[in-house]
Design a protein around this ligand. Structure first.
Ligand SMILES: NCc1[nH]cc(CCC(=O)O)c1CC(=O)O
Length: 311
């Protein structure tokens, strides 16, 4: 009998699903798989992402299909999976992570340093918008929605001068476009960026065993540290938090940046931990952020957000 997997219908989700299926077929050659496309709120609601209240807008319906046994597992972008995943589900597998970096896409291959003053740059996330404005206050930053191709077309059609996207997204789609890689140290990515989360039912040991065959240990460790941090400051897609962890032999480094909506205030922390306890490192930095006043920085971001979305 075929194993069913659920996915959004976006080109990126389908590309991610196809990649995972290829990996699973290589490690489980006797199995057959069936793809079921599921439309999510994030796919149909065209408001700017941070105008929406609900976290997990890209995958709640898919997770329900897994819980209700409509499908056996689902492939998500890790950064779209809220930290409070339903207890009936588990992130059974974190395959090898793609680049965590963001990229600036323009028609002329400008970097964030060289793009002309007064240019308009589109961003789908507050984290990106705030960091663009901090580095280049002379640029106009606008909210942008739509899938990756739609956003890139706005640049090629000269409707906007540049957009900032995740390198992982254009890599997985095989998009050949002029872009400038943004340093992950100067332009902190979203927690979990570049990683995939393959989820299934927590009690489905057979599916878990099958999925585990394509797990990447270091990617799991890095994502666990980043998600632990998010849990401790309840970030999510809408609150401007940048973070990435990296495994260096037995040590684990976690770097975090939290920004006020106007970009004027920030807290930047970098700590070392061990690969044996990534959760502890995320919790430690989360607590350090709280002691350094993250709640003040986070205050009034909803009101500021409304102003920004009215542009
Ligand atoms: N919801 C946006 C989203 N979710 C996952 C990716 C691709 C990058 C990744 O896997 O983190 C993107 C596009 C982007 O951020 O540019």
């Amino acid at each position: 009998m075929s194993i069913k997997l659920g996915t959004r219908g976006s080109p990126l989700s389908l590309a991610q699903t196809s990649w995972v299926l290829d990996e699973l077929k290589n490690t489980n050659p006797s199995l057959t798989f069936e793809i079921e496309k599921i439309t999510t709120k994030g796919d149909t609601d065209t408001r700017p992402l941070f105008a929406m209240e609900q976290k997990g807008i890209f995958e709640k319906e898919i997770d329900r299909a897994v819980s209700e046994k409509q499908v056996d597992f689902a492939v998500h972008s890790m950064k779209d999976v809220p930290s409070d995943l339903d207890s009936s589900l588990t992130i059974a597998c974190v395959p090898k992570r793609e680049s965590v970096n963001d990229v600036l896409i323009t028609n002329d291959g400008f970097s964030l340093d060289s793009i002309p003053s007064g240019s308009t740059v589109g961003s789908s996330s507050l984290r990106r918008a705030v960091q663009i404005s901090r580095k280049r206050p002379d640029l106009n930053v606008k909210p942008i929605r739509g899938n990756i191709e739609t956003r890139i077309n706005k640049v090629t059609e000269k409707k906007i001068d540049g957009i900032v996207l995740a390198k992982a997204g254009i890599s997985r789609l095989g998009v050949d476009t002029k872009h400038s890689l943004l340093s992950k140290d100067e332009f902190l990515p979203s927690p979990g960026q570049g990683a995939l989360a393959i989820i299934c039912r927590s009690d489905d040991s057979k599916t878990i065993e099958m999925l585990k065959k394509i797990e990447d240990k270091n990617s799991r460790i890095e994502v666990e540290a980043e998600r632990s941090l998010s849990e401790h400051i309840d970030s999510g897609c809408r609150f401007p938090v940048g973070a990435y962890a990296s495994v260096k032999s037995d040590s684990l480094i976690l770097k975090v940046g939290v920004y006020s909506m106007d970009g004027k205030k920030s807290i930047l922390i970098e700590e070392n931990g061990t690969i044996d306890n990534p959760f502890e490192l995320g919790k430690k930095i989360g607590n350090e952020l709280k002691s350094q006043g993250v709640s003040e920085i986070a205050s009034n971001w909803r009101e500021k957000l409304e102003e920004w979305n009215k542009q």
